[in-house]
Design a binder for this molecule. Sequence first.
Ligand SMILES: *Cc1c(COP(=O)(O)O)cnc(C)c1O
Length: 391
Amino acid sequence: MNFEEIKNDEQQYMMHTYGRFNTALVKGKGASAVDSEGKEYIDFTSGIGVNSLGYCDEGWVKAVSSQAATLQHISNLYYSPLQTEVSKKLCKLTGMEKVFLCNSGAEANECAIKIARKYSFDKYGEGRQKIITLINSFHGRTVTTLAATGQDVFHNFFFPFTEGFDYVTANDTDDLKAHISDDVCAVFIELVQGEGGVMPLSEDFVRTAADICKEKDILLMIDEVQTGISRTGTFFCYQQYGIEPDVVTSAKGLGGGLPIGACISGKKTAGVMTAGTHGTTFGGNPIACAGANEVLSRVSTKEFLDEVRAKGDYIREKLSAMPNVKEIRGKGLMIGIVTEKDNAKDVAGRCVENGLLILTAKNLLRLLPPLTISYEEIDKGLSILKSVMEV
Ligand SMILES: *Cc1c(COP(=O)(O)O)cnc(C)c1O
């Protein structure tokens, strides 16, 4: 099928929920993708932070295809050595205690929200149900995670939303303190706001939040759906802030391209979810877990993390010498660029025409390349970006 046919069928048979670029990707290798017309692209998106090891990494393909040929699915009525391996790895890499496996970021966050409410209910009874999130956050697309998302544009059409969320300005400790009341059970934050514009939180704000939470027995919950799995140069981003969260959520990069999410509990919340309080049909699917196990064993070594940081620094240095670059934000291989001309959407569109896949977030350009991207691929992508920025 050629591109026009694919596009026509999409128009005819799919709900129009996405604004898509004019290309249909059909195969890839490393950080390069190929479209239906045979045109090649350098990929600075990794499927929005999903393909941690790039397209069709050899070890990942082997792990996933051999699992597909062995046992593709069992229900959660039975034990699974692949699930326990993923969970054990996540606990060892964080020092946390218990894992619930699900299928997406929104689901991981739903689990975190349920844990917060039940932790408080078990200990204090009714009435302590409020969860504080940040303005410009993004936590997912279910009715509850939309409510958790602190952006008015998402609070539309689907009324009534889940009650019990309150929003605080990021990096404003006074605003945070002003919103802490007796009915708060959790503070739930991203450490680099992704969709909200690649905005890192200050250490001061995060430490203050952690201190308040500890003092008042409020849960500190970190949404690491985008920042986790070595994206920001440490396995989880919270490890750069010297804090110990009560709950951490993960998804996107965890499966290397397969749908899997995780909600991870620390000591305080390890026993909150009991038999019958939560569940999922697909969560912890063996093939998704095989992918996650390969990802986790590869991205967590010191050498790998050093490389992620070095590549991030290299990209930042090159970007800072590029025309139309006003500000560079983010951590590791999660990079946001404010443009002088405030033309990120236009730049992203022209990049695609010129063979570079690149993201935007609010009015920023956003780079989430595969963690395994080579310097050669980085240089190729940046030279396309430069030629587009020059115009
Ligand atoms: C993408 C994202 C989500 C939602 O994940 P889905 O897998 O799309 O449900 C939640 N939180 C953050 C920080 C994200 O970046």
